[in-house]
Structures are given as C-alpha cells and as structure tokens.
Design a protein around this ligand. Sequence first.
Ligand code: ARG
Length: 398
Amino acid sequence: MAQKVVLAYSGGLDTSVAVRWMIEHLGVEVICLSADVGQEGTLEGNEEKALGAGASVYEQLDLREEFARDYLAPVIRANALYEGKYPLVSALSRPLIVKHQVALARKYGADGIAHGCTGKGNDQVRFEVSSMALAPDLELIAPVRNWGFTREDSIEYAARHQIPVAATKEKMYSIDDNLWGRAIECGEMEDPWAEPPAGVWKMTQQTATEPREVTVGFEQGVPVSIDGTAMPLHELVVAMNHLVGSYGWGRLDMVENRRVGIKSRETYEAPGALALMMAHEDLESITLERDLQREKIRMEHRYAELVYDGLWFSPLREAFDAFVAESQVPVTGEVRLKLEPGRCFVVGRKAPQSLYDYGLATYDAADRFRHADSEGFVRLWGLGVQTWSGIQGPGSGR
Ligand code: ARG
C-alpha cells in the first residue's frame, strides 16, 4: 500500500474531500498538485483548501506554455479531432498533469498517484494509463471511484471535517475547461434530444456583430501569428478564443463513444481550437503533396482515438508524431478566416511553397496543362473496368 500520494487537485468538492478521505481511510500522506492549464477561474484559495483538508504539501504550477507547446501544437499539426469533431480538450490536459504528478512523486519520494475522477469517464483512463506509461512503479488511487458517496454525502463529509468547499447541493453540470476549450456535461443534456440550455455557453456568447477577417500565420504547421502579430501559442490560442468566440461560433453537440463503452451526450465550446484546426487543414491543402495528404488524413482519426483513449504516452503516438513532423516541413503560410455572427470560414490561403500551380489550374489563356495527354491517360485509367464490363459487367449483355 502506498504511503504518500500526489493528488491532482482541482480545488473542487470531490478532490477536497478526497484529500481527507485518503488520509482517514488509506492512512496516506497527501501532496496536492494544482495545475494551471488555462482554465477559467483562478486557482486562488486552492492552497488554503488543500492544506485545510489535510494535505502535507501544496504545489501549484503554471503549465499553460508547456501545454500549448507540447500538447496543442502536435494535435493542430495532426488535425486530431475525435470522431471527426471533438478537439480533445480534456484528453490533452490529463497526460500533462500526470507528467508533473510523477515529477512531484519523485521529488517528495511519493509512491502513489491519485485523481478525483469517477469510474464512468475517460479521464480516469487517461490519468492512470499515463501514469502506468511514465511510472509503472507508482500505485494508482481513485478515491471517488471507490467511496460510494453521493454528492450530498460528499458535502456532509466536508462539513463534518471542516473542509472548506464552495459547493451547493444542486450542481447542474460537470465542466472541464482549459486553454483548448470547455466541456459541459450532465443536467438536461443527458437527454440527447434536449437542446442544450443557452446558459451553458460561456466562451461562445456572441457579442460581435460586424463581420471581420483574421489572418492566421503558420510555421511548419504551428500557428505563430494573428494578423501579422507574432505571439507564443498559449497566447495565440487565448486570443483566438476571444475573437472567434465573440462571433458565437465554436460549439459542438455530439453523442460520443467513451472508452469505457458508454455513449455520452457531450457539449463543447472550443472556438479557438476549431478555427485554428480549420485553418491548418486548409493550409495543408496547398502545401501537401497528394499522396502524403491522403495518407495523413487516414492517420488522423487513429491519432485522435489514441489520445482520447489515454494513450498519449505510447510508442504509436510518438511514431505518428515523427510522421506528422516530417509532413509539416512545407506547411508554412497564411490562412484568411472570415468571421460573421455564428460563422467562421476560410476565404483564402497562401504559402511560399504552395503546390497550387495557376498555369495548371486555370482555364484562361495562361493555361499550360497539356490537354491532349489526358486522352491516353484516361483510356488506360479506365481500361480495367472497361475490360470487366465487356466480360462480366453491364457491357457483357448478361
Ligand atoms: N467527454 C470529454 C472527454 O472525454 C470531456 C470530459 C470532461 N471531463 C469532465 N470531468 N467533465 O474528453
């Protein structure tokens, strides 16, 4: 049994109760880690709450820059959208947090890692599988999965132990957010037929009314500038969230397949992520050679599944990233996005190494394409089905 554990501490009801519960029921010493991954609301007050609940050490880390550089940039380059839609918001922060939990475990000589996830979700999978990959020797502890508390039980437990929590009995939604977006679950949305209530949206409240354009600059597949102003990715993502979100665009409503076998109705808002990925994919359309682009598209779904399923730290993801890195060398250029209330779309793209050849594409006098070559090309291209048709298919008279 573990003696000392590092808990991923959000400051919410579950993780606050988890601190005391683990001390009381497992006899462990608890170290709390609160990570700033760009979530709304500050971590202010977390230290007092953690220590007040009985933690022996509280550490707070600003991981925004690392999150953007090492986790968001790769998924932008890979166009990784789970089930073709979800930009992996929560799936990306978990491995990063675990990486730092493991580092703290080493620093303080802890022998366990703990999280506050339930047994029904993906996040438990991501926390634990990431830990298994990085530090197979560490014990995994999931108090919320085992204690069998209802929300009321947790609130009572907190009150009984004077654990400072700001929770009310009727919490409507389960929300997780970071730089990359916001996930809103539960409440009315558990009925997949019910429209999400207007009040659930935060990042995508429309305030802008005048259409405008925004130009995103990319270097080797990574966004580096907005309207010509260079900025680090973690700031650029925030700027895009504000800008695109103010047009009320960037919402998702989907029923997705969780790793644990549940179909779950999920709503997300990720204005910056979705706009940047749209722009990136568009830039690839002029910079990637056809077969490379096709093969990359085939890989992208697998990449997203792997990350969603908690396998960020895996040899396959690393191998995929090596392939993606090689593909992104020419993906430098600019994409023009147009923003209108409720809409965001690409209206132009350019790149120094664009493969778009005007002389080949045009129908006007500048046309350099050798039309006559197509005759023989098409004849041979269709030869196989022509042969088939005459003997076995529609042309055989059978
Ligand atoms: N369904 C999403 C995912 O698996 C979001 C999870 C959000 N987590 C939460 N605790 N509300 O990535």
